[in-house]
Ligand binder design. Structure first.
Ligand code: SF4
Length: 666
């Protein structure tokens, strides 16, 4: 049986108790910050987001972090010391209950990650040790500060209970305050709250004791603890397991296992992280406690969640971003409707990159641009049904066709190639970006479900298109060929031909352009020309030194000093790091002057350079494909979206969002 037609899962349906809280099944919605919290004008929008996910079947939803004190919060956050914020949170809880859902409040203190410019206050931390991702130097908390903070956690839990929340989750991972107290890296105190493990975990345990005493014996407390900080020299696993047992003894009803600090150089949520990569850590913790253990990082499919629970590694899952990608994550998972599940591809482009932007933008989702603005785009049919043509089956065209059909229009989609996906087909071939195949599968299934007439290998004429009521042109882009001598030579090709499998690889390759596509192409070439993992493992286990590395040499040249410019903040460092592989060289400030039969000639800051090359790959930007625009200029309703509209700074997030908005408003 194909995975997308799988039967409902073995474990996900099973009910679960978290303390006194009875959950009907094992798919929770993890905490996430939407960037609209704390703004009275956005409350209804926030409520619409949560209520839609109640209807999508979440067994319990955990809010984004709610600050217990102003110095532990930041921009676009609720803070429990603000009466108006408490009122808003009460309204949210009531709305969730009215819709039939359950909601837990995450009690949050950012510790040394607090940004003074945002809070207007010094950041609190166990010791005055600055983080590499925050210029604010924190102040070491006094004993009075510690007592007040413990009390604030307890007050926060009491507020949560009074406001109608079904549980609290204490944020104690990701490098925030309680995690900082636990770690020897950030806790250099010499008093009762530092030193030995007993001292370093005292803050967390005192917080749990205080909360338990404030809310009574039966109110559910979830503790989000760090399974591994992914920081050299931080809390070792041996101590983490002891800590977990003490938290259980202190009275928590479930442990939610976070992974990695925000300043860690280990990717924890990006697409390069294999699905379920960190679940073994949660499994270790599960072996030492009786309370339910919740897992999340990179658990984005129901079959994986089911497998991890069936193996006894986890008791339930609380993914967050997968709920942005599909508000019906639980309902579709539980009914086995995998085919129509829109999967989070771990790109971070419209969620984390938005909330971490300066200034922050509301979180949304690359594969579901409606996420975070459900109120602005209600799921209703358009007033009149129109005949709509969409030209181009790349990301913009697929989204335009899907949304127009969802709105009740009669849609025909034209694609010149024999397959749908456009640039997504290229992206999906890059190692670590295979999740894009899920996006293509989702669109194909959606168009079929919605009855879209898909015409492959078809390029309609302007005359044919003029018979439609509305036309959306989404023909995308073609690789841009710069005006450099030698680009017409036979060994010069483009990223599209390489990623599309239309040309054989050279052995000495120069890639012109070090933007996202240039970096992706280098990675693709490198990984395609080295032995498969199991072959490499065999060779190295047998002590065979040869045959372990890539068989090609790759030089990526950038005109400027920047590499991977345009790639989002949360993944740029990963992309750059992946170029540091044997066989890949990156050369910045290289102005290409000519390509010859066996070289690339350019000027660098140190003078002229000649790079030997038997293949040159152009990753030098893209040009819009908009040849139908003029021919249809007299037509009443023509819209151009995505790369066809503007190839500058193009990415899938922009293309899909533009297509969504145009198609929705038809
Ligand atoms: Fe997942 Fe990307 Fe959507 Fe974020 S923007 S939820 S990472 S698919």
């Amino acid at each position: 049986m194909h995975i997308y037609e799988s039967a409902p899962h073995r474990t996900l349906h099973r009910p679960l108790r978290i303390g006194s809280l009875e959950l009907p099944h094992r798919i929770l919605m993890g905490s996430m910050h939407l960037g609209i919290e704390g703004d009275a004008a956005m409350l209804n929008r926030l409520i619409a987001f949560y209520v839609e996910r109640v209807r999508g079947g979440a067994s319990l939803m955990i809010t984004g972090g709610v600050a217990i004190l102003p110095q532990g919060g930041g921009d676009h956050m609720y803070c429990l010391t603000e009466p108006a914020h408490r009122d808003a949170l009460g309204t949210l809880a009531a709305a969730v209950h009215h819709a039939g859902g359950r909601i837990a409040m995450q009690l949050f203190h950012s510790g040394r990650y607090a940004v003074q410019e945002e809070t207007g206050l010094p950041a609190d931390a166990p010791s005055a040790i600055v983080s590499r991702i925050n210029p604010t130097v924190p102040r070491e908390m006094s004993n009075e500060d510690i007592t007040a903070t413990i009390k604030a956690f307890a007050d926060g839990a009491r507020y949560a209970r009074e406001l109608g929340f079904d549980a609290v989750e204490v944020m104690g991972s990701e490098g925030y305050l309680l995690n900082e107290f636990l770690s020897p890296l950030t806790n250099h105190r010499e008093d009762a709250y530092g030193g030995s493990l007993d001292g370093r975990m005292r803050m967390s345990l005192d917080v749990v004791f205080a909360i338990r005493s404030a809310v009574g014996p039966t109110y559910p407390i979830i503790f989000r603890m760090s399974g591994d900080d992914c920081m050299q020299g931080s809390t070792p696993l041996r101590e983490t397991l002891i800590y977990a047992r003490h938290l259980e003894d202190a009275g928590v009803d479930a442990l939610n296992i976070g992974i990695g600090w925000h300043e860690s150089t280990v990717p924890t949520v990006a697409a390069v992280v294999p699905r379920g990569a960190f679940a073994p850590i949660a499994a270790e913790i599960k072996q030492v406690v009786q309370v339910p253990v919740i897992g999340a990082n990179r658990i984005n499919t129901p079959e994986l969640a089911d497998e991890l629970i069936a193996k006894g590694w986890l008791d339930c899952v609380a993914p967050a971003r997968p709920w942005l990608a599909d508000p019906e994550f639980a309902r579709k998972s539980l009914t086995g409707d995998r085919k129509h599940l829109n999967i989070c591809i771990a790109c971070n482009q419209s969620c984390l990159d938005h909330t971490l932007a300066k200034p922050p933008q509301p979180a949304s989702c690359l594969v579901n641009p409606r996420a975070g603005n459900e109120m602005g785009f209600p799921k209703v049919h358009a007033r009149s049904r129109r005949r709509v043509a969409v030209v181009g089956g790349g990301p913009a065209g697929l989204e335009a066709a899907r949304v127009a059909a969802e709105r009740g229009h009669q849609v025909t989609l034209y694609e010149a190639r024999s397959v749908l996906g456009g640039q997504l087909q290229y992206a999906a071939r890059v190692p670590g970006k295979e999740e894009f195949f899920e996006t293509i599968r989702y669109y194909e299934a959606s168009l079929q479900r919605l009855g879209v007439d898909v015409q492959l290998e078809t390029e309609p004429t302007a005359m044919e298109l003029s018979h439609f009521d509305a036309v959306i042109l989404a023909q995308g882009v073609t690789p841009f060929v710069p005006d450099i001598e030698g680009t017409e030579l036979p060994h010069v090709t483009t990223y599209a031909d390489v990623l599309g499998g239309r040309v054989p690889f050279g052995r000495q390759i120069v890639i012109l352009g070090a933007g996202g596509i240039g970096c992706d192409t280098a990675k693709f070439l490198h990984d395609s020309t080295k032995p498969e993992a199991k072959v490499a493992q065999f060779l190295s286990e047998q002590g065979v030194a040869g045959g372990l590395s890539s068989t090609v040499s790759i030089t990526v040249v950038a005109r400027s000093r920047r590499v991977a410019a345009g790639v989002g903040r949360t993944t740029r460092w990963i992309v750059r790091g992946e170029l540091r592989r044997p066989g890949i060289e990156v050369m910045t400030e290289f102005q290409t002057e000519a390509i010859t039969e066996n070289s690339v000639i350019g000027m660098t800051t140190e003078g002229p350079r000649v790079l030997e090359a038997d293949q040159v790959i152009l990753c030098t930007g893209q040009s819009s494909r908009n040849e139908l625009v003029e021919a249809l200029s007299g037509h009443a309703d023509v819209y151009v979206v995505g790369g066809a509209k503007n190839s500058q700074g193009l990415n899938a997030a922009r293309a899909i969002r533009e297509a969504f908005e145009v198609a929705y408003n038809l």
